[in-house]
Design a protein around this ligand. Sequence first.
Ligand code: DGL
Length: 279
Amino acid sequence: MAKIGVFDSGYGGLTILEKMRHALPQYDYIYLGDNARTPYGTRSFEVIYEYTWQCVRHLLLHENAALVVVACNTASARALRNIQQLDLLKIWEQDGSDVRRVLGVIRPTVERVSAFTRSKHVGVLATPGTVASESYILELEKQDPSLIVTQEACPMWVPLIENAEHTGDGADYFVKKYVDEILCRDPEIDTLILGCTHYPLLRKKIEAALPAGVHVLAQGDLVASALTDYLERHKALEEKLDKNGTCEFLTTEHPEKFRQSASVFLNDLNISAKHIDLQ
Ligand code: DGL
């Protein structure tokens, strides 16, 4: 029997894990944060891919995850396609089973955008890595070629959150800076995608910086609902999953550091994590 793996470069994926556990509490989850090497968002394509595959492979081969959700937009944008199209095939060949799967967070997000936008002007706030990949532009165009998409890289937001500075006055300046910049480039935006799993922690400040009528789209509920649908359609995989309602945490950082920071995301002081070394 097997678990659902959830991977992020840092703590942002916890915002997705929380919604997944709320929607699907019966499954056993294992979260891996590559906290020692975060942030990924400002790194090169090659490094993001290498780190992401190390983490996903660890969950698949050493932690008995049958399904891994890459709960990181940067990793989804930069590494998911190679993993799905090349690396997984090698693993399937080695163990003679093709049940293991790896999913991302960008597709479930863009699939729902048309339900929100009226003006067809959509904004994407994301890390520099996600913006440079143009994944959102490409995926949104596939959904609806008439959408007008504007992206804005927000390099200061992940560091603010990772350092627990996201609720203070200092964060207001950087939230307003990027929100103003994207709206200045396209004032007709009526739907703003938070294209980084860290950003829901800044949601209140982002909403406060926006004019009325702009809808903010966070990913947690969208990914949880897409996963529910996916498991209904993939019975062979679903039947392999353990259903004890457990959740474990792995980190490449020190477990105590993980506990302190993860408590900000999950509002739970009793998180206990295990340190892992990746090869
Ligand atoms: N949480 C990641 C994302 O969704 C970004 C964090 C990072 O830069 O590593 O893109």
